[in-house]
Design a protein around this ligand. Structure first.
Ligand SMILES: Nc1ncnc2c1ncn2[C@@H]1O[C@H](COP(=O)(O)OP(=O)(O)O)[C@@H](O)[C@H]1O
Ligand SMILES: [Mg+2]
Length: 237
């Protein structure tokens, strides 16, 4: 499953296992030598990726210098917003914009993981952070950039970005507005979606990419650590 330079969407209600799925994929990317930058509003990633040497991106540094250094050195980093004393969206904007700019002349592979993607790439509002993330999602390929969008509000994520994704992990949703988004993505009957999706268990998802659809059971991140290629091992359920 070559996800390099692609856009991956991981959707589902709270507690359905999205972040776990994102972590398993992120780990795979790091292990295959692709650095990641994680936008982490709730500080869920630091502990998980400590042992991979992924450092927090320190909002006390100059974001431009930091992003240039990180990209040149192929560093992974976590923008842990839970540590911020006050909202510092200018830091985030500056860091991400710099990655976008520098990747023009230095198109080495990198993934941006966006947790709570509906907050950063929303459907009904335009702002500079959303604009640069949209640009990366839609035009990042030539510059080596891929993206993982994670959201519990499928219907509130920018549609253009969401529908351009090449890989989907669709966890449980129940709300009609979210089911409607799934109906736009999946090539199966609406009734089938209404039957299957709300009854998915934690960690179960419908994987869909390029015409191929299957049920998957994602391993727990902690348990996937010893496996070389857990996503390939996903059992069909
Ligand atoms: N693939 C999985 N297999 C078993 N349990 C899981 C799996 N994914 C998540 N869980 C359990 O569910 C909890 C919530 O998962 P999480 O990924 O944080 O959900 P979300 O990001 O959708 O809110 C985790 O703490 C874990 O206990
Ligand atoms: Mg989560």
């Amino acid at each position: 499953m070559d996800m390099r330079r692609k856009c991956v969407a991981i959707l589902g209600i709270r507690g359905s296992g999205k972040s776990n799925t994102a972590k398993v994929i992120t780990k795979e990317l790091i292990q295959s030598g692709i650095p990641v930058t994680i936008i982490d509003p709730d500080g869920e990633y630091i502990k998980s990726f400590e042992e991979f040497g992924v450092m927090p991106v320190n909002s006390g540094t100059d974001p431009i210098t930091q992003a240039v250094n990180d990209h040149r050195n192929g560093n992974s980093g976590i923008i842990d917003m839970s540590e911020w004393k006050e909202d510092n969206f200018e830091y985030l904007l500056s860091y991400i914009s710099t990655l976008w700019e520098i990747s023009r002349s230095l198109p080495s592979d990198r993934f941006i993981v966006v947790e709570e993607a509906h907050e950063f790439v929303p459907q009904n509002r335009r702002d500079p952070i959303g604009d640069v993330l949209t640009r990366i999602a839609l035009r990042g390929r030539k510059r080596g950039l891929g993206m993982i969008l994670v959201s519990q509000r499928s219907a509130k994520v920018n549609k253009d970005v969401l529908t351009q994704s090449e890989f989907y992990y669709l966890h449980k949703v129940v709300h009609p507005a979210d089911l409607k988004v799934y109906k736009e993505i999946l090539p199966i009957r609406q009734k089938e979606i209404e039957r299957v999706i709300p009854s998915l268990q934690v960690g179960e998802a419908i994987y869909y990419s390029n015409g191929v659809m299957k049920y998957v059971k994602v391993p727990l991140f902690e348990e996937s650590l010893s496996e070389l290629n857990p996503m390939k091992e996903m059992a069909e359920i």
